[in-house]
Write a protein that binds this ligand. Structure first.
Ligand code: 13P
Length: 340
């Protein structure tokens, strides 16, 4: 393991107030988002959409790294440039999603376990050779009556730690993503308790597997009330609860926390990240950054509509939304920026 290189990559991904763009939707997820907007669900449409993203002028002002999907890294821009090269040429560090998706967990109705450890060592070796510098593995923790179970949290934490150890062995920075999901009517307090429990187990497993904390990033959910919870907290309330939770359980050696957006609107995700940085940035051990998919891409995808003629406008929306989150890292985000 090249410790120095891993630490440098992890630091670069959260430096200069930048964040990560997640553009690694699996084919079924990408198709689902396209279908909702009436966009064709073909390999070529996914390629063209991602070409629109990575050729956005000036994207590296706010984006440090992009998480790609396996299909994309084997595709090319219209001008023949491979995607990994296009991303690197744009001044953005290329990464890759490596989990095989969250599948029903045996004996645990409503709960999921992420697959993909078998053969992972060989896949990571290939990814490193192709020029990818970091990886992502997402675990899904569903909320509901009597769930999550300890069995589900432990199994996912163990898989995350084994994945992270394999990544570091291969020279890739692991992004460890345990997502407590927003669907449900649970309170913010319940999300706090579950997130705390999950992160405790995740860091316990990372320690057991010998993962170097300085050479990884954590990609968690914010501490939020469920989407169907009747009481929705203020932006400041979410910021306070989220930071309080992480101060309890995230070791100071971790370089950065790069939040997922999880179905929040782009405006709320940016406002909450902004509030955390306004209130706490100067006295936190780790960077509070972003690794959003929907909260950066959604406006651009809606404008794009699968049409070449819409590319410049879609790129402007993508650039602007990414910049809003760069401002949020600086504690200088203003919702009026969304109106440009
Ligand atoms: P969202 O920001 O849309 O939640 O996606 C982040 C991600 O990468 C999920 O794995």
């Amino acid at each position: 393991m090249n410790e120095k290189e891993l630490i440098e990559t992890a630091k670069s991904l959260v430096s200069n107030d930048k964040g990560i763009l997640a553009m690694d939707e699996s084919n079924p997820t990408c198709n689902k988002r396209f279908a909702a907007l009436g966009i064709q669900q073909t390999e070529e449409a996914r390629r063209a959409y991602r070409e629109m993203i990575v050729t956005t002028p000036g994207l590296s002002k706010s984006i440090s790294g992009a998480i790609l999907y396996d299909e994309t890294i084997r595709q090319h821009l219209t001008n023949g440039t491979p995607f990994i090269k296009a991303v690197t040429n744009a001044g953005i560090i290329p990464g890759i999603k490596v989990d095989g998706g969250a599948k029903e967990m045996a004996g645990h109705p409503g709960e999921k376990i992420s697959e993909g450890l078998d053969g992972l060592r060989d896949r990571l070796k290939e990814y490193a050779q192709l020029g990818l510098r970091f990886a992502k593995w997402r675990a899904v923790i569903a909320m509901g009556k009597d769930i999550p179970s300890v069995a589900c949290i432990e199994a996912n934490a163990h898989a995350l730690a084994r994945y992270a150890a394999l990544c570091q062995e291969a020279g890739l920075v692991p992004i460890v993503e345990p997502e407590v999901i927003m669907e449900g009517d649970h309170t913010m307090q319940r999300c706090f308790e579950v997130t705390e429990q999950v992160l405790k187990m995740v860091f316990n497993q990372l320690y057991k597997q010998g993962v170097m904390l300085e050479g990884m990033l954590l990609k968690p959910n914010m501490v939020l009330p469920g989407l169907a919870c009747p009481h929705q907290e203020s932006v400041e309330g979410v910021a306070d609860a989220t930071v309080k939770c992480f101060l309890r359980v995230v070791p100071a050696a971790v370089q950065g926390i790069t939040f997922l957006s999880g179905g929040q609107s782009p405006e709320l995700a940016a406002a909450r990240l902004n509030a955390m940085n306004v209130r706490f940035k100067s006295h936190l051990p780790w960077a509070l950054a972003f690794s959003f998919a929907r909260a950066i891409q959604q406006p651009a995808m809606e404008i794009w509509q699968g049409k070449e003629t819409n590319v410049p406008q879609a790129q402007k929306a993508l650039f602007d939304q990414a910049l809003c989150n760069w401002e949020a890292r600086r504690g200088e985000y203003n919702p009026k920026m969304e109106m440009k």
